[in-house]
Design a protein around this ligand. Sequence first.
Ligand code: ADP
Length: 365
Amino acid sequence: MAQLTRDDVLRALDQVVDPVAGRSVVHEGIVQGVVVRDGNVGFALEVDPARGRDAEPLRKACEDAVARLPGVLSVTAVLTAHAARAQHRPRPQEAAPRAAPAGVPGVNAIIAVASGKGGVGKSTVAVNLALALSRLGLKTGLLDADIYGPSVPRLLDIREKPESDGKKLRPIEKYGLKTMSIGFLVREDEAMIWRGPMVMSALTQMLGDVSWAPLDMLVVDMPPGTGDAQLTIAQRVPLKGAVIVSTPQDLALIDARKGIAMFQKTQVPVLGIVENMSTFVCPHCGTESHIFGHGGARETAHRLGTAFLGEIPLVPKIRETSDAGTPIVAAAPDSPESRAFMAIAEKVAQVAAAPSRAAPKIVLE
Ligand code: ADP
C-alpha cells in the first residue's frame, strides 16, 4: 500500500464542508499544520473563537473523513482560535481573575511542574515526581504540556501511538503511570510551528479527551517560562497547585520568582520550590560540592512565603537514566536520588490532599 501523504489528507478534508462558510474546510483555508507520521495524522482547524464548541461537530467530521482513508491509524484534529480575531481578544494578562475552571472528572488533583526558564530539569523532576507519587500508592498520570519541546516520549522511551476507544484517547501506561504527550502524536518540529491558541486547544483536548480517570494525581509538565502560553494554562487548567523547579544559580532563581508570581496572579497555590542540580556529587569519590552556590532556592522560598520542597543533586546517573528512558525513580528506586524524589512526593501528596483553597504554606524564620 502506498504511504499515506499530506495530500491524501487534504483531499479527504476537501470533502468536508463547513456549514458556516458554505465551502470545504480546505477551500476556506482553516486547515493548518497537517502532519502525517506512520499513519498517524494531526492537524488544526482555525475557527472564529466566537464559534466555540459549536465547531466541535465540524472537527469531528474532519477527523472522521481522514479516519476513513486507508492506512490511517489515528487522527487528532484540534480547534484553534482564528489568528486575526484572536488579536481582538483580551490578552491573558488582561483577562478577568481566574474563575476556577471545571475539574477533570475522575481526576482528584492536577499539579503543575513549572520553571521560569528552560534547562533547569523541569521535565526530569516532573517525570520522577510522578513516578515517586505512583510509588507512594497514588494512581498517577503525567501530562506533557511542553508542546514545543515534549520530552516525555524520550524520558519514558515511549514509541507507540495512543489508541482511541471510540470516544477518547487511551493514555499510554509505563512504569505504572498513565501518560499523554503531543510528542506521541506529532513530530517535535511540527509542534514548534504551532501558535499559542493552537497549543491551548491541544492541551484542552489532552485533558478532556483522554481517558485519565480514575486518578489521584495528574502531574502536568508545563512549557518552560512564564509567557502567555503558561499563563493561559495556569488560568484555564483546574490546577490544585504548582511546583516550581529551579537551579541554585541566581539567574534561575530570578526566573523562579517570576514563575511563582505568575501562579499567584492566577490564584493557583504554589506548593513550593524544588532545587535541582543542587550539589554535585563526584561519581568517583562521592564528594559533594556546591558548584553553583547552594541554598538559594531554600532562601528564596522562605522569603517569598512558599515552601521549600527539597533538593536533587546533580549526578550523571539522573541524566543517563533519563536518556535511557528509565528515569532514576524507576531504574534505581532505592538510590539516594530516588529517595530525594520520594521525600518531595510525600510533601506534594500532603499538600495536594488538603482542601482546595489552602493558602500556600508560610515559613517564618
Ligand atoms: P527542562 O525540562 O527544565 O528543560 P530537563 O529536565 O530536560 O530540563 O533537563 C535538562 C538536562 O539536564 C537533561 O539532559 C537532563 O537529563 C539533565 N538533568 C536534569 N536534572 C539533572 C540532575 N539533577 N542531574 C544531572 N542531570 C540532570
